[in-house]
Design a protein around this ligand. Structure first.
Ligand code: PRP
Ligand code: MN
Ligand code: MG
Length: 179
């Protein structure tokens, strides 16, 4: 698995420092608001679990699965809900936690859905951002690292459902996804 990585972009320590910084900021900004923190499965699971441990305020968590990629490296452009929330967002301050924003399609769909369900506010925290790939004009409220336009895996991000368990984020060797 490690042989398939061309270059490590951010190692576990660098990610941990960034996640801690974001958790502290979010704790200040969401103080007294009892946010509903939504993990967008599957990619955001590792970021989510690390992030909420750095948040020092009362909060509730829930999970949603939306997918537009499948086994491909390119977005199909069609977003569908695979698993919906267990709780209502009505009147809640919602914090969407994503691992990466690429085209922006997943997030723009999610924000739209959660706003239409009468949430009080929708805020987005993403660990990674690839602005060069955007097709929808959209920015996260909190962004960890801005990445170059390369195929990255690790810390939750997959290629064909593999590599999510790498503790760092790295560039996948082209020969791995071209074969
Ligand atoms: C990936 C990633 C984001 C989304 C970003 O999820 O985790 O959720 O794509 O791409 P976009 O901005 O172009 O929509 P994916 O659909 O691969 O599902 P996964 O989280 O289960 O890997
Ligand atoms: Mn995802
Ligand atoms: Mg994926």
């Amino acid at each position: 698995m490690l042989n398939d990585i061309q270059e490590v972009l951010y190692d576990a320590e660098q990610i941990q420092a960034k996640v801690r910084e974001m958790g502290e900021k979010l704790s200040q900004d969401f103080e007294g608001r009892d946010p509903l923190v939504i993990c967008i499965l599957k990619g955001a699971i590792i970021f989510m679990s690390d992030l909420i441990k750095e948040m020092t305020i009362p909060l509730e968590i829930d999970f949603m699965a939306v997918s537009s990629y499948g086994q491909s490296t390119k977005s199909s452009g069609v977003v569908k809900i695979i698993k919906d929330l267990d709780v209502s967002v009505e009147g809640r301050d919602v914090l969407i936690v994503e691992d990466i924003i690429d085209s922006g399609l997943t997030l723009s769909y999610l924000i739209d859905v959660l706003e239409r369900r009468n949430s009080k506010s929708v805020t987005v925290a993403t660990l990674f951002d690839k602005p060069a790939r955007r097709t929808v004009d959209l920015e996260a409220d909190y962004t960890g690292f801005t990445l170059p336009d390369e195929f990255v895996v690790g810390y939750g991000l997959d290629f064909a459902e593999r590599y999510r368990n790498l503790p760092f984020i790295g560039v996948l060797k082209p020969e791995v996804y071209e074969k």
